[in-house]
Design a protein around this ligand. Structure first.
Ligand SMILES: Nc1ncnc2c1ncn2[C@@H]1O[C@H](COP(=O)(O)OP(=O)(O)OP(=O)(O)O)[C@@H](O)[C@H]1O
Length: 230
């Protein structure tokens, strides 16, 4: 469903991605692992169109989206949960979710309710400003808000950063359940190897803007030490 061919991208004259090739099949969960500053978030931003690729092509469900505006990519079904969550801290939990469903004005409340079924913990806080939730709850809110946009492909950037273990395992269960019920495809950027191991079907390793390795999740976990020093 996503085909990336020889993508180059960066910030002004600063080249970060140097020829990325990547294909995701519908319903696949793929982990993207690498140390800080290797270009993982830059790849996410380039897929969604916050950054324009300087070379190469990206297609989504057979359609070339390389030069397409970000909002159009979102309308096609690409959703991002950014690093740091970026929820609206002064809006209530419910209004955060409504913002996620803003493209579905006809059935907005239905969309929000169906997503909330997967997030019982948020149900208790619907009127509370998002900024007053704990870090883990905010991460769940960011996930839920993205799902309110009915993405076919979710780009999930370092969701476990600073999050307590109980919420991490809740996130794992929730994402598996959502894949079963909607066929969601996931590209997951993470440095937490155990978290990648519990979600991804295969794992790509990025180093200095290049994908240097692809392995099954089992091999990735068995070779954790080797990857840690990559
Ligand atoms: N807005 C920007 N302007 C210039 N350089 C940037 C910008 N954002 C990121 N970079 C640089 O691009 C490189 C890749 O950053 P990126 O955030 O993609 O890495 P990452 O692999 O996601 O790492 P992390 O896990 O720390 O987020 C880094 O050297 C970073 O300093």
């Amino acid at each position: 469903m996503l085909d990336i061919k020889d993508i180059h991208s960066g910030y002004g004259d600063i080249r970060i991605l140097r020829g990325i090739n990547l294909s995701l099949s519908q319903g696949e969960f793929v982990g993207l692992w690498g140390h800080n500053g290797m270009g993982k978030s830059t790849l996410m931003r380039t897929i969604l169109g916050y950054l324009t690729a300087t070379a190469g092509s990206i297609s989504f469900e057979g359609q070339d989206i390389t030069g397409m505006a970000t909002f159009r990519r979102a309308q096609l079904g690409i959703g991002l949960v950014p690093q740091g969550r970026a929820i609206f801290p002064h809006l209530s939990v419910l209004d955060n979710l409504r913002m996620g469903a803003v493209s579905f004005s006809q059935d907005r409340d239905e969309t929000v309710s169906s997503v909330l079924k997967h997030f019982p913990r948020l149900n208790a806080y619907l009127d509370r400003p998002g900024g007053l939730l704990s870090g883990g709850e905010q991460q769940l809110l960011a996930l839920a808000r993205c799902l309110c946009g009915k993405p076919k492909l979710m780009l999930l950037d370092e969701p476990t950063e600073g999050i307590q273990p109980s919420i991490i395992s809740e996130m794992v269960d929730t994402l598996h359940r959502i894949r079963e019920s909607t066929g969601l495809t996931l590209l997951l950027v993470e440095q937490n190897q155990a978290f990648i191991g519990s979600l991804a079907d295969r794992v790509l390793t990025m180093q200095k803007g290049v994908l240097v390795n692809e392995s099954s999740t089992r091999d990735f976990l068995n070779n954790t030490h080797a990857f840690a020093s990559a």
